[in-house]
Design a protein around this ligand. Structure first.
Ligand code: IPE
Ligand code: IPE
Ligand code: MG
Length: 250
């Protein structure tokens, strides 16, 4: 473990890391197993990533667990994913609570099956005062849904005369999105070799560093995570400035 952390700059740990956890199905297939076996193995990766994040001081983890588009998968897989979600929440909430993890969700949670909604709400309520790490599960989430919703909410306020069009600022939009209480991610990690965003956090990723790896999610564990953060630490985040400008301020 010591070796793993040698190259890690403890002064430059991203505050918020977002994950597109992809490749469970392909990994399962490579093992001669059913897709749901891959999803179950993926839960083990989630647990290890949460533990590692706490160890190195990442404060927010957002994990894309189920997209709006994922409803179109075979009914058996969707049902299996929902069962797995309830099972994971039931099994892990006490441990998360003990470890100071606060659970939040983004996405249209109310449209999930009743069992999921109640176990999520219970876990969110139980962990609401924890401060070590915030875990945000993106469930029934899509960025276009989120942005469309924000537009509707803002339009409604303008209609009611609570907000003028001049007051529609970036800050106002930030406040209206599902992620109002979370800083933008500095790093996005997508596993499985696909180099796309798949309708995830389109607004929030404006200046996020993107990291794509061919490793499938069930095999993405502590070493892979540390490797991704080390890669992030090599990047120069310029936010539109020149390299020279950034170095002047050092
Ligand atoms: C990610 O793995 C999990 C979800 C999208 C729910 P996939 O199920 O997409 O696995 P692949 O991409 O088919 O291998
Ligand atoms: C993105 O993965 C959604 C989640 C990880 C929950 P998908 O497997 O659904 O994405 P596409 O279809 O390959 O773009
Ligand atoms: Mg996939």
């Amino acid at each position: 473990m010591t070796n793993l952390y040698t190259n890690l700059d403890q002064t430059n740990i991203p505050k918020h890391v977002a994950f597109i956890m992809d490749g469970n199905g392909r990994w399962a297939k490579s093992q001669g197993q059913h897709r749901l076996f891959g999803h179950a193995a993926g839960v083990e990766s989630v647990k290890e990533i949460i533990k590692t994040a706490r160890e190195i001081g990442v404060q927010f983890l957002t994990m894309y667990a189920f997209s709006t588009e994922n409803w179109n998968r075979p009914a058996e897989e969707v049902a299996g994913l929902m069962d797995l979600l309830v099972q994971a929440i039931t099994n892990e909430t006490d441990d998360m609570h003990k470890n100071g993890v606060r659970l939040l969700t983004i996405g249209d949670i109310e449209a999930l099956p009743e069992g999921c909604v109640s176990s999520l709400k219970e876990a969110i309520d139980k962990t609401k005062d924890n401060t070590a790490l915030t875990l945000i599960l993106a469930l029934n989430y899509s960025a276009r849904w989120e942005i469309t919703n924000a537009c509707k909410l803002i339009a409604e306020k303008v209609k009611q005369g609570v907000l003028s069009t001049d007051q529609i600022t970036e800050d106002q939009i930030n406040k209206t999105l599902n992620t109002s209480m979370i800083p933008d991610p500095e790093l996005l990690i997508r596993t499985s070799g696909e180099c796309r965003i798949s309708n995830f956090l389109l607004w929030q990723l404006s200046y996020t560093e993107l990291y794509f790896t061919a490793v499938q999610w069930p095999e993405f564990r502590r070493a892979e995570f540390i490797h991704a953060i080390c890669a992030f630490q090599q990047r120069e985040r310029r936010f539109g400035l020149t390299s020279e400008q950034l170095n002047e301020h050092k």
